[in-house]
Design a protein around this ligand. Structure first.
Ligand code: SER
Length: 876
């Protein structure tokens, strides 16, 4: 067999799609932009998500490219035949243009014409359908494959776990897919027999996800919504394709990886066969290279923890095999030479990459060497590692428990993790909650009492009402809650300074984040807390340089985040005042949270707000915003504040002087938070949800500024979609929907059977003890009542009852419990008790039950009956 190299494969794939009208686009960096649902780009489609959802329209509908991908899910398996942390994906897409038939024609063309594979070597899988998802079997794809020349007995239907792809991350576009497998022949196991098992482990190797048929958008709440149009997404791992096309044994023999693996072996001065640890270091170094080149930096949290973990693993593996002087540079050189031509950011980043990897190696190498000596000493002494040892490795040498486990495993020794957890918890108690976690050190909590020496320092002077930047002096540095004199880069710490513009978390408002710059230091402050001693701690990690107690630094708050937080805080005050106007003076604040992205406000009110009340509140707040009222701050005694009618928090202790924040005559509140200069800076205000949190306490979530505008646009988009489905104009959508529902009900079939979503307006939404209880009437047949009740009970995480009264007067009732509630209550018991009291009967399972009442006694309030039943059953 003549060998085809990765370059030829890359060009055959992309050239074929270009020839067939696809535009070749550039890949994206592996560090996602604006996608908090993903740690790293993990497939070719991930950076293109906004195309699939219709938020952005590409210049050309049909596209192709190669995309660097990082997958950390199977990191423990790296070094075997085909697992890689970093791989390249060849991909092609049709955004809202062609669909299954043409995608499969193209796929067949590339496989047979482009890669010269014989149809007899190819097997394809298609989606077998899934009643739970409500998606039927993909007969169209099967038929399309047959039409182009794949025989029926080479087409295998598989369930959702194999053939429903996505989303990339926990939400986003997804759909059924069709995959292509190469038959590697009888030497690798028995041939597939239709109806039998399809062995995708040995004999049949997946080479291409030749079509994800994007049809759905999975929401963060787990529900699937149809996308505005259908699209095609295909992807093939380049290294895997090279393995399959050349009959290689492992992906590490691909010409992209083999030179790197060899350079690792040379670096270690080893000879003979390539071993797993050579492959592992090659993979981890390649992955670190692209992650660093794309802008992430080693750290103990989030994305930065991955390159740190990867480099540390390489250091540990090499050291544990007795290699003391580690010089990764030659390996890095080979990686840069191989990847550089395709990734200019790697080619241009040589110095930075060498430097960062060297620094990580040196930092970690020193500690890990001492740790390993100690570990070897323990193993030699008692032949085992217990949890206390593992914990000491961590506390003393910074050796994460997973690395201790790995070293121990290489010595054939197991670590008992039960004891480790126990030690860990005891340590947390000893240090009053200031403890390291397995994924890195943890910072102080607001409830932590600072060490005595610190508490004696002058209190922190807060200057952040008037400015966002200040010169300050470092008074103390705490690492894991313990005072230290100096701080090196990469170590998370808490900093106390004499004066700061950073607002410390309090009064519901989150602490500020921002930057620190010193003569020889640059760091990021991710949160700020205040302590009972009157000190603010700034949680900081230096990106470069070092810092010592006594240093002069400049502190700058991230202005955009601050302005958004301030807008949300001022909006919270206006909301508080507006609710009193709309609902009455009984409204009192019961809690609040103010963040850059949103605000949450809890208040006392006995019943759910009506749609009209919500609208009136939104209108009033927005009217007030438009007045452009200036913010006024007055310092006065609590009595004066009371006399002026300022709103204060019940139960809150105030000092001799209070800060009163007011906006015109609309709002006056005692508050220590930061606010906008005038109300127009709030921009716009929208309530996103109104719900119950406890008996008599309601919760509003709301957004302002760009958040409010995005919310409004999303709603318009949904309404436009709904009206296009109903073929009405947006203004008449409700009438059109009602008409359709009436027609469906007249036909006697459930709304869901006609494919229309049923809607419920709960007439009861309350809590009994801590159980959420929701009830409502739904004009639909039993199957729809059941599905809706199940959906709603999951959504509200509580008890949901739906009922319907038919023309003949008979009432049907369904009660469904969310799993957490089903552990304590029983749906059958609820239905029996309730229907029994009103002359009916019922039964079912512990999680869902139904019942019937021939004729409800006049004046029966089923919602109230439900509350009575649940109160009785929870008391029992
Ligand atoms: N998104 C699909 C996959 O990753 C096809 O590219 O398999």
């Amino acid at each position: 067999m003549t060998r085809v190299g990765s370059e030829a494969i890359r060009e055959t794939f992309l050239g074929f799609f270009e020839k067939n009208g696809h535009a070749r686009i550039a890949g994206a960096p592996v560090v996602p932009k604006n996608d908090p649902t993903l740690l790293f780009i993990n497939s070719g489609m991930a950076p293109l998500k906004p195309y699939f959802t219709g938020e952005v329209t590409p210049a050309h509908p049909d596209l192709c490219n190669y995309q660097a991908c990082i997958r950390t899910k199977d990191i423990e398996d790296v070094g075997d035949r085909h697992h890689l942390t970093f791989f390249e994906m060849l991909g092609s897409w049709s955004i809202g243009n062609y669909f299954k038939d043409h995608a499969i024609e193209l796929a067949y063309g590339l496989l047979t014409d482009g890669f010269k594979l014989k149809p007899s070597q190819l097997y394809v899988t298609v989606f077998a359908g899934d009643p739970a998802l409500g998606i039927p079997a993909d007969e169209e794809s099967a038929a399309a494959w047959e039409r182009v020349g794949i025989s029926r007995d080479h087409i295998v239907a598989l369930p959702a776990e194999d053939n429903f792809w996505g989303p990339a991350g926990n939400s986003g576009p997804c759909g059924p897919c069709t995959e292509v497998f190469l038959d590697t022949g009888d030497a690798f196991g028995p041939a597939y027999v239709p109806g039998g098992e399809f062995d995708t482990k040995r004999r049949y190797i997946e080479i291409w996800n030749a079509g994800v048929f994007m049809q759905f958008n999975k929401g963060l709440d787990g529900t699937f919504q149809p996308l505005p149009f259908t699209s095609v997404d295909t992807g093939s791992g380049l290294e895997r394709l090279e393995l399959a096309l050349n009959g290689l044994d492992t992906v590490y023999e691909s010409d992209l990886l083999a030179p790197v693996v060899t350079s690792v072996q040379e670096m270690l001065g080893e000879t003979g066969e390539i071993q797993r640890h050579h492959r592992l270091i090659a993979d981890h170094m390649r992955a670190s290279t692209i992650i660093l080149a794309d802008g992430a930096r080693p750290s103990n949290e989030g994305r930065g923890y991955i390159p740190r973990r990867l480099v540390r693993k390489c250091v540990t593996v090499a050291l544990s095999r007795g290699h003391d002087t580690l010089n990764f540079e030659p390996v890095l050189d080979v990686i840069i030479d191989r990847l550089g031509p395709h990734y200019p950011r790697i080619a241009g980043g040589r110095d930075m990459l060498t430097e960062v990897i060297r620094a990580e190696r040196d930092d970690f190498g020193r500690t890990v060497r001492r740790g390993m000596e100690r570990l070897d000493g323990i193993i030699a002494g008692k032949g085992a590692i217990d949890g206390a040892d593992a914990f000491n490795m961590f506390a003393t040498y910074g050796l994460p428990v997973e690395i201790t486990k790995e070293i121990a495993a290489e010595r054939g020794v197991e670590v008992s993790l039960d004891d480790y957890e126990k030690e860990f918890r005891q340590h947390q108690v000893r240090s009053r909650g200031v403890a390291e976690t397995a994924s890195g050190p943890k910072h102080l909590k607001a409830s932590d009492v600072l060490p005595g020496t610190i508490a004696k320092l002058p209190r922190t002077d807060f200057l952040g009402y008037d400015g966002l930047t200040t010169q300050a002096r470092v008074l103390a540095i705490l690492v894991n809650g313990n005072p230290v004199e100096t701080l090196e880069s990469g170590v998370p710490a808490d900093l106390i300074v004499d004066r700061t513009p950073f607002y410390a978390e309090g009064g519901g408002q989150v602490g500020d984040s921002g930057e620190l710059v010193g003569t020889d230091a640059h760091g990021r402050i991710t949160s700020t807390l205040s302590h009972s001693s009157g000190h603010s701690t700034h949680h900081v990690t230096l990106i470069d340089g070092s810092l010592a107690v006594g240093d002069q630094i400049e502190l700058s708050v991230e202005a955009y985040a601050r302005v958004r937080t301030a807008a949300n805080h001022s909006a919270t005050h206006l909301l508080n005042a507006a609710l009193r106007r709309v609902l009455g003076d009984h409204v009192t604040q019961a809690g609040s949270l103010v963040e850059p992205e949103r605000l949450r406000f809890d208040f006392t009110h006995p019943t759910p707000m009506t749609a009209e009340q919500i609208e009136a509140t939104e209108r009033l707040v927005n009217d007030w915003i438009l007045t452009g009222a200036k913010r006024h701050v007055d310092i006065m005694t609590p009595d004066e504040a009371k006399a002026q009618g300022a709103i204060s928090l019940a139960g809150e202790a105030y000092g001799d002087e209070v800060r009163v924040v007011s906006f015109g005559s609309m709002s006056k509140e005692l508050c220590g938070g930061t606010h906008v200069d005038h109300t127009t800076m709030i921009g716009s205000f929208r309530i996103t949800t109104e719900q119950s949190v406890a008996a008599g306490v309601r919760r509003i979530n709301a957004v302002t500024r760009d958040g409010a505008i995005n919310y409004a646009l999303e709603q318009t988009h949904t309404l436009r979609e709904v009206s296009s489905v109903l073929r009405s104009n947006p203004r008449d959508a409700a009438v059109a929907a009602q008409r359709l529902l009436d027609r469906v009900n007249r036909k006697g079939s459930g709304a869901a059977e006609a494919g229309q979503p049923a809607t419920v307006r709960p007439t009861l939404d309350t809590t009994v003890g801590d159980v959420r209880v929701v009830a409502g009437k739904l004009n639909a047949e039993m199957p729809v009542l059941r599905t809706e009740a199940q959906r709603l009970s999951a959504e509200h995480n509580g008890v949901v009852m739906l009922w319907n009264t038919a023309d003949n007067g008979k009432t049907t009732v369904v009660v469904s419990l969310a799993p957490a509630v089903a552990a304590r209550l029983n749906a059958t018991a609820i239905v029996r008790d309730l229907t029994g009291r009103v002359g009916g009967s019922g039964g079912g399972s512990p999680a869902i039950a139904q019942g019937g009442v021939p004729a409800l006694p006049a004046g029966t309030d089923l919602g109230q009956e439900l509350v009575t039943t649940i109160t009785a059953l929870t008391a029992a």
